[in-house]
Design a protein around this ligand. Sequence first.
Ligand code: SDX
Length: 430
Amino acid sequence: MTERKLTLTDSSSGKTLDLPVVAGSEGDPTIDITRLNPELGYFTYDPGYGTTANCKSDITFIDGAQGILRYRGYPIEQLAEQSSFLEVAYLLLYGELPSAAEKTGFERDITYHTMVHEQVNTFIGGFHYDAHPMAILSGVIASMAGFYQANLDVNNPEHRNLAAKRMIAKMPTVAAAAYRHYMGWPSAHPRNSLNYPENFLHMMFSVPAEAYEVNPVAAKALDLLFILHADHEQNASTSTVRLVGSTGANPYACVAAGIAALWGPAHGGANEAVLNMLNEIGDVSRVGEYVKKAKDKNDPFRLMGFGHRVYKNFDPRARIIRKACHDVLADLGQTDPLLDLAMELEQIALKDDYFVERKLYPNVDFYSGIIYKALGIPTSMFTPMFAIGRTVGWVAQWLEQAATAHRIGRPRQIYTGYGERDYVPLNERG
Ligand code: SDX
């Protein structure tokens, strides 16, 4: 089969260059531009990396036009319906669904790494009581490089695998401890008799004064949300983890950087911003006013939970979560006017030319907060919830990069500053 290529012609020099086209197993063909600078002396400019592939990956496939999301080839709809978060974690880390024995062994490994060094709780105690939990999460996970750096060789696959499992196991423990710090409650240690989402709910909400019964509806809803947030190819926070990982940095530092990137309202911080937006809108009668604001270029307001760099169709996760909102509220015997408001906002936006022309649909963050709120999780904890699920994707992508030959990430720039000029002594400046 003839090799597919693109031939570039430089109109100023008349030189031509054949650029090879690299085809993945699925998705758009990609031009390999590595010879462009050495042969023709050009760089490429792609602000926000909207059309730039920074790696090859076997982990997650997204087709933004069709609204397709698959983890290791399995459609997100099937995993959401039939799998569990730790089974999906195993799949994302190791590439295949586990056998019964592998699943049990992985769950046991995660369970037995859920505790943190007691000094971690001391560290958390040093934060101001109302520190945002994402500030605590990023700081504490980074600090784990100091607790677990002994014989952590990032070039040793076994050390990498242990670090990955430790982070998946400890993220809920730290996130729950951040919440308890705000509440002024004593720390709640993990219970090995509980599964992953049950343990998180116990660490979040149990108090010494009485026994805590995990609500199975809540645990099931959380497990689903963790599955849906687990990975999403090269999003901003995962690309951050890869970039930091490309320097050979400690894995805890890599994931702490990912947490920092996720915090932004344009990314994982959107789920918190959606609830704040819905509360600000307050009533269906004001939806039109806010849709108008979202369309106004002079107004910085954006419809939070809407739009996506890749999905130009419905985010399949948003569809699943929207249905789960109804199921969870019904199972908990709750109603939430914010759900009705969100659905009205969605209906109005999806009929508006501005959103239709720009292919702006609800994304994963638009409905997730409704469920977190129904489970009693405060808005400030919504992005840490995202981080718990996405830790699996961050470490899976970090492991994939660490196991393959790669170069340090180092983008270039278009320089627009001054040309060379001489230093001006202080007494000669204006
Ligand atoms: C996540 O990458 C991932 O995979 C992320 C994620 C994951 O799982 O990791 O899916 C999780 O981060 C989801 C996105 C959460 N963020 C939000 O909901 C915040 C609101 N959305 C926007 O800020 C925006 O849509 C982004 C950041 C999500 C995408 O931004 P892009 O791809 O840079 O799109 P853009 O800003 O170039 O927008 C294109 C046009 C612009 O208008 P024009 O200049 O063409 O006139 O659409 C407009 C934008 O102004 N637009 C919006 C809008 N989103 C885009 N206008 C109003 N409200 C919005 N929400």
